[in-house]
Design a protein around this ligand. Structure first.
Ligand code: ZN
Length: 412
């Protein structure tokens, strides 16, 4: 099947195959072709160029994109999309004045999600999760990372990872999975955090490692959750199973998690709402990418990661949703891009780079995803008629997507 898009007003994020991420000043540039065509063959981007050079003869289907733009689908490198139930009651509690920490102390928060998940059969968990995945695919997400971490027992963590595996098998979106056993200290280890860390290392991690169900390892490194020493012990143990770190750090406090993550060659450090200068400095000239999660800041009314400052420091900034029931019950990357422009002062070009090519690299898929490049997966967003790509974040909250294609097929 050969599908040809013609008269594309602007084809965005057109790059050579050797660009796997963009950093600092380069993020200001969003390479594009105006009045272009794009040829998709099977599940692959086969060709593109100026309309003057288009050849319509061999196409099975021709799609007229007059007035519309095409960009690669979003790459959402940080989500907790597999969860059971919702937490809108806590949302109301927060409106009525309780803090995130007070809700956690009341047995709410992550532990509330863990209790519900442990009681939910795998089939039911899959049903709830697939609806969320279908929804974000329609919103333009073509590659997504999903974490475990609401199980907190070997059995329930494996159940979550199995659900992620089934999603991988049944949907065209590319999915990477991350083991986040150290997401919270479970109720029965309340006064024995060290015991739980040891259980993660000695019991849960080996099962996950054997099962080959995870691509990455994550730890919630934060006061009241897991210390830097806990995180380092878990990352060290995960090396045996070939799991690369992608970690939660600096959400509420800077406690040295970034320096430790860099030491362990983490692919990403995520959250970064609290970011002293020495932590920004620690990321320079490393393989570790900073990831901002603006919808979490919006939903919790906490500071935003300093995206502008991180880009000005020359770093490859990434944007993701943090889709989860407690602090970001939305997986909408369009909203993330808008929030990054409005609240982090990124330009639309920087935000789109952070949410496509850099998002792809932040989950190890930038050789196949994240840009319009010959040979990459045909994962594209066809917009409605829009005046310029800056209109996408400007017109926030409105849906400017006409069609989404993943692996060469339209998402319906
Ligand atoms: Zn998260």
């Amino acid at each position: 099947m050969k599908r040809l898009f013609i008269n594309i007003k602007e084809l965005l994020q057109v790059r050579e195959a050797n660009t796997l991420k963009v950093s600092g000043k380069d993020m200001k540039v969003l390479p594009s072709l105006k009045n272009a065509f794009l040829l998709v063959e099977g599940d692959t981007i086969a060709a593109y160029g100026a309309m003057e050079s288009v050849d319509t003869k061999n196409a099975d289907e021709v799609i007229d994109a007059t007035g519309k733009m095409i960009l690669p689908t979003w790459c959402d490198s940080h989500t907790h999309l597999v969860y059971a139930g919702n937490r809108e009651q806590e949302f109301v509690d927060r409106i009525n004045g309780l803090t995130y920490e007070e809700i956690a102390n009341k047995g709410g928060g992550i532990l509330n999600s863990a209790k519900t998940l442990q009681q939910t059969p795998e089939e039911e968990l899959y049903e709830q999760s697939r609806k969320r995945l279908e929804n974000v695919m329609k919103l333009g997400t073509g590659a997504i990372e999903i974490k475990s971490g609401y199980g907190l027992t070997a059995e329930a963590e494996i159940k979550m990872l199995n659900v992620i595996k089934k999603l991988k098998e049944n949907y065209p979106a590319t999915i990477k999975s991350t083991f986040l056993g150290a997401h919270a200290v479970p109720e029965n280890y309340k006064n024995n955090k060290d015991g739980y860390v040891q259980k993660v290392i000695d019991e849960i991690l080996p099962e996950v490692g054997k099962s080959k169900l995870a691509d990455y390892i994550d730890v919630f490194c934060e006061k009241g959750y897991f210390s830097v020493a806990d995180m380092e012990a878990i990352l060290e143990a995960a090396k045996t199973y070939g799991l690369t770190p992608k970690v939660h750090v600096n959400q509420f406090n800077a406690i040295g998690g970034i320096q430790a993550a860099v030491k362990h060659r983490a692919l990403t450090v995520d959250h970064l709402e609290v970011m002293p200068d020495e932590d920004i400095e620690a990321l320079k000239k490393t393989v570790t990418m900073p990831v901002g999660l603006p919808l979490c800041s919006y939903f919790l009314s906490i500071p935003y990661a300093p995206g502008r400052k991180l880009i000005e420091a020359g770093l490859p900034f990434v944007l993701a949703t943090d889709y989860n029931p407690g602090s970001s019950p939305s997986g909408n990357m369009n909203q993330v891009v808008a929030a990054a422009c409005i609240k982090m002062k990124l330009t639309p070009a920087e935000a789109i780079n952070a949410a496509t090519i850099n998002g792809a690299h932040a989950m190890g898929v930038s050789r196949t995803h994240g840009s319009i490049t010959k040979g990459k997966k045909a994962n594209i967003i066809l917009t409605k008629e829009i005046p310029s790509y800056g209109f996408l974040p400007y017109d926030f909250g409105n849906n400017n997507i006409d069609k989404v294609m993943i692996n060469g097929e339209f998402v319906s």
